[in-house]
Design a protein around this ligand. Sequence first.
Ligand SMILES: Cc1ncc(COP(=O)(O)O)c(C=O)c1O
Length: 435
Amino acid sequence: MIMKFGCSKTTVLRAIEQLERDGLVYSKQRIGYFFTLKNNQCIILRKPNISTSRSDQINELLYYNPKNGMYNYSNAVLDKSLAPHSYIQKCLRAIITGSSSFEEEFIPSPGLPSLRNRLSFLMVNRGIHCHADDILITSGDTQSLGTILKNVINQNSKILLVVPCYYGIIQFIESNKLPAVTIPLSDTGDEIDILNLEKILKTENIGLFYINPTIHNPTGRTLTTHTRNSIYKLMKTYQIPILEDDIFYDLMVGPDRPKPFKSIDDDNIVIYFSSFSKTLSPGFRVGWCLPGKFRKEIFGAELLNNSTVSSITQKILDEYLKRGYYTPHIVYLQSVFKKNNQFMKDLIAMRSENILSYTPPTAGFIHWIKLNKEFNMETYRKYCLSNKTFVPSGNIFFLDKTNTNFVRLCTGLKMNKKDITNLTFLINSLKNHLS
Ligand SMILES: Cc1ncc(COP(=O)(O)O)c(C=O)c1O
């Protein structure tokens, strides 16, 4: 190889190392390097399709990315260009060198004590004062949601949802055939009609109220402190548990950011949960839950199921928080999103001409655009698909799927020229399909 390519031995060895890291070759001691068999490689190819069912659209939303030939600004995940790779690697190295058996250890539920301790300190920034013993480590927000919905609500009562809402909870409700009632979020995304809420509480048998109050998914907006206080007062009066999904909280900026329901919860009716999916990486699958007065049910269910989170991941995050890497990383994300949001605000203002309604988010990376005129979503989606861009219908965020006149775009990424062109294309074609 040295002769054939005219390079040094170090370069050849480095190239082989890279191939090994990419899984294309493997080594056998004292024999040499071998190509990985082709059929060991897992390549999934699917034809781009216009699907209308909620589950198909969500599968596609999670699947499409430039690697499989499709641009996708519809997935509310943190792009890997913003994950703190080198710092995570440092933490992993420290764990490997510091322990001879780190990979064998099993950490039972409720999770690594030192990580739970650090999370209790993180909660102080959110105005929540709790003890490490109050915290359960979960496999992301999704595990908290599932455990709570299965173990807290009593059989004859209904779940109250603010719509539009995160499709994950709708999927859970639909697949488990749970009864649910909805209440709309105001058009600006920061209020709920309190009189209407009280009417629902009086007339329906509500067992649980689910809310994602800060950087709400899919509107990107945040409930005001005034609205939070009014909602809490009502829930306390009617003794309805609040399921507070606060996955985006750390992306909020400034001292005036509204505090979680949990911070005013003097009656312990709030079940609070959050995760690192929107700030570090969804791949870690690490979240946490403060179950309030439902501690026995929720901790008990997790112990019974032997549910736990990979010990290596818990240790990496524990080390990451211990070294103080989290706060500067959050400040960095906030600054990237501030720039991205300004770009979206200018872009939409420039093209909208009153046919699009859009209230820019104050933080985070979710943009919720309402189409004010008659609009054929399927034609728009087909047109985008033929231009290698995937967009689901806004109706996946509504329980009854009747509202199609919305598009959610997400900019949780370090934008490059191509992203700017693609987002401009998406907004321009929205406008063209309207008029
Ligand atoms: C509001 C909301 N809750 C929960 C989740 C699921 O999060 P996790 O990856 O931590 O399971 C998401 C992910 O998009 C979300 O937006």
